[in-house]
Design a protein around this ligand. Sequence first.
Ligand SMILES: NC(=O)c1ccc[n+]([C@@H]2O[C@H](COP(=O)([O-])OP(=O)(O)OC[C@H]3O[C@@H](n4cnc5c(N)ncnc54)[C@H](O)[C@@H]3O)[C@@H](O)[C@H]2O)c1
Length: 330
Amino acid sequence: MKVLVAGGAGYIGSHCVRQLLAAGHEPVVLDNFVYGHRAAVPAGVRVHEASLADPAALDRVFAAEKIGVVMHFAAYCYVGESVAEPLKYYLNNAAATYTLLDAMRRNEVKKFVFSSTCATFGVPAKLPLTEDMPQAPINPYGQTKLDVENALRALARAGEFSFAAFRYFNAAGAAEDGSIGEDHEPETHLIPLAIGAALGHRPPLQIFGTDYPTPDGTCLRDYVHIDDLSRAHIAVFDRLAQPGAALFYNLGTGAPTSVREIIAAVEKISGLSVPVKFGPRRAGDPPALFADSTKAQTELGWKPKFQTIGSIVETAWRWHSAHPQGYADR
Ligand SMILES: NC(=O)c1ccc[n+]([C@@H]2O[C@H](COP(=O)([O-])OP(=O)(O)OC[C@H]3O[C@@H](n4cnc5c(N)ncnc54)[C@H](O)[C@@H]3O)[C@@H](O)[C@H]2O)c1
């Protein structure tokens, strides 16, 4: 199947492009390169440099390619920035997504896979998080993703589309062969920051809060490998054949992992020590977030291959140690 991968030059999108190729599909990338990397897209994959917010450009892409499914990874992802500059997020993450959906409608492309997030849940009353738990985002980033989820529900009900929205927990790791990996600027994710601190090209790792009600006092999160995320996106294709399908899945390994456990894993795998700096809690960080992914496992036959934090950090270490400056080193 020909798959338009919006945001296919970004971290998760580029890994998904490779998984699509491996599964025999034909990915086509759409990215405006505001954050993406050309080197992350495999040779031979067609790239359309355009913004989702440009309806004429989208029409040209849909006219040039016979697209079966759109996978939508393109968004801004900085929670703090979304609080400081909310309109930037409402425009790019919500409004531009509606522009994309409208272009799909005009061009009669009816299957959509959406990158949503556990941030749509806000601070959970109960853990692990199942799909049906109340969603109450606490920042504009999470809110824009929930807005799109709600728009998709309405469109599916109206018979316009079938869709799957995947709520990722903490996407992590890199391609197993070390060829592509994470390169965000600025970087806010714990594993690349810990590895960068160990390698000495980033400052000591800042730990926000050591007095949470968790076993070691630091926050617990659910780290899921990007190749596992990608495989779920492909496994859902059959279900999108059902017109009006409206599918939501939480994707995580279900294993809560603390900040200190991440540091221990990086130190074990790298043989280096991670310099750390302790600071107070950060406003808006829930003590723990982890997924119940039973629904994806039952309905999609999805099972994360990377079940331990060590196996995830190992792939990240392979990428970051070979490319300490990310794609600038390739
Ligand atoms: N990284 C995580 O842990 C995580 C967790 C939950 C959800 N998500 C979601 O997954 C998706 C991908 O995240 P990522 O970490 O790969 O981000 P990323 O920044 O690496 O990739 C996003 C890509 O989208 C492109 N893009 C942004 N706006 C665009 C526009 N208007 N038109 C065209 N291209 C545009 C960027 O250039 C970039 O290549 C996002 O939607 C994010 O909200 C990520």
